[in-house]
Every structure is written in structure tokens, then in C-alpha cells.
Design a protein around this ligand. Structure first.
Ligand code: MG
Length: 185
């Protein structure tokens, strides 16, 4: 029995059975795998922020970050399903260690916004690849993510505006923290 080599073999084997309609190109498969990594890495970053916020006694914001972490894992799972539904092969890539310290509450959410803006760019790039590859199912799948990024950025911008309106006053920041603690309830 011959050993089956990695994802390329897997694709060739399935291609003959499934036909081209459902198949992911090697390029799309690699791009989706990269985005699965990015989503899990985002989750890992938010979990690190949650740990930091707990250490700073922002229990509500720490809870908000854990909800955000779970959402990112859901995004990764959605992409995972898309790849496997189309007989592609998910290959998990390495994730870097996230930072440990994040500064003030305002700086934490500034970092979240900057990160989400970066993710928007990555999703857009993935969509452009799907356009170039004429991968229509991927385009439809990714439209959900494009919409989701609009939401993500808006939500964080709103939180940042509220934090800025507090002007560093501790009792007002604690009210925001309390509010953030209600996410998902
Ligand atoms: Mg995401």
C-alpha cells in the first residue's frame, strides 16, 4: 500500500469523483487554510486580552473579549466546514504567541480595532482570490465574512467612542466595563 502524500493527493483523488463544480483549487484551499489560521489567531489574541483585562480588574471587558474569542473560533469553524464540504483538506498552520500586556482600556480597544481592520483587509484579499479563481461558492461564503467585518469594526468603534467620552474617569470606565460584561446575555 502506498502512503498518501498530503493535501494535493487528497484533492486529485476527490476531483475525479466530485467534478469541478465543488472542488477547491489548490490556491483557494491554501488561502482558506491561511484564513482559518488567521481566525484562530484572532481568537488567541482576544483570549490574551481577556487574561490581561482580568489582571487589570476589568472583569466585564474580559468577559466581552472571551465572547469575541468564541466568535473567532466560530469563524474558523465556518471556513473549516466550507473547505471540507467541498472535499478540500484543512491544514492547520502555526499561531504566534500573542502579546501579554496591552495598556489602558482605551489602548486595548484601539488594538482590537486595528486588528479587525487588518482582518478586513485579509478577507478582502481572500475574496479577490476567489474572484480571480472564478470560485463562485467561495465568493458567496466570503460575502458573509465581508458583512461580518463591517459589524465587527462598527461595534469596536462604538465601544472606543464610549471609552473616549469617559475621558479617563475611573467611575465612568467602570460603568462601561459593567456594560461590556453583559455581552451575550
Ligand atoms: Mg473573525
Amino acid at each position: 500500500m502506498t502512503l498518501r502524500a498530503g493535501p494535493e493527493y487528497h484533492n486529485e483523488e476527490r476531483q475525479s469523483r466530485k467534478g469541478e463544480r465543488h472542488m477547491l483549487s489548490q490556491k483557494m484551499q491554501a488561502a482558506f487554510n491561511e484564513q482559518i489560521r488567521n481566525e484562530i489567531a484572532s481568537g488567541y489574541l482576544y483570549l490574551a486580552m481577556s487574561a490581561y483585562l482580568e489582571s487589570q480588574n476589568f472583569g466585564g471587558a474580559a468577559h466581552w473579549m472571551r465572547e469575541q474569542y468564541k466568535e473567532e473560533l466560530d469563524h474558523a469553524a465556518k471556513l473549516f466546514k466550507h473547505v471540507t464540504d467541498r472535499s478540500g483538506r484543512v491544514v492547520l498552520e502555526a499561531i504566534e504567541k500573542p502579546p501579554v500586556e496591552f495598556g489602558s482600556l482605551k489602548e486595548v480597544f484601539q488594538a482590537v480595532l486595528a486588528h479587525e481592520q487588518k482582518v478586513t483587509g485579509l478577507i478582502n484579499k481572500l475574496y479577490e482570490t476567489a474572484l480571480a479563481e472564478k470560485d463562485y461558492p467561495a465568493q458567496i461564503e466570503l460575502q458573509w465574512f465581508i458583512k461580518e467585518q463591517v459589524e465587527e469594526e462598527k461595534t469596536v468603534e462604538d465601544i472606543l467612542a464610549q471609552i473616549e467620552a469617559c475621558d479617563g474617569k475611573p467611575h465612568l470606565l467602570l460603568m462601561i466595563d459593567h456594560h461590556l460584561g453583559k455581552r451575550g446575555q
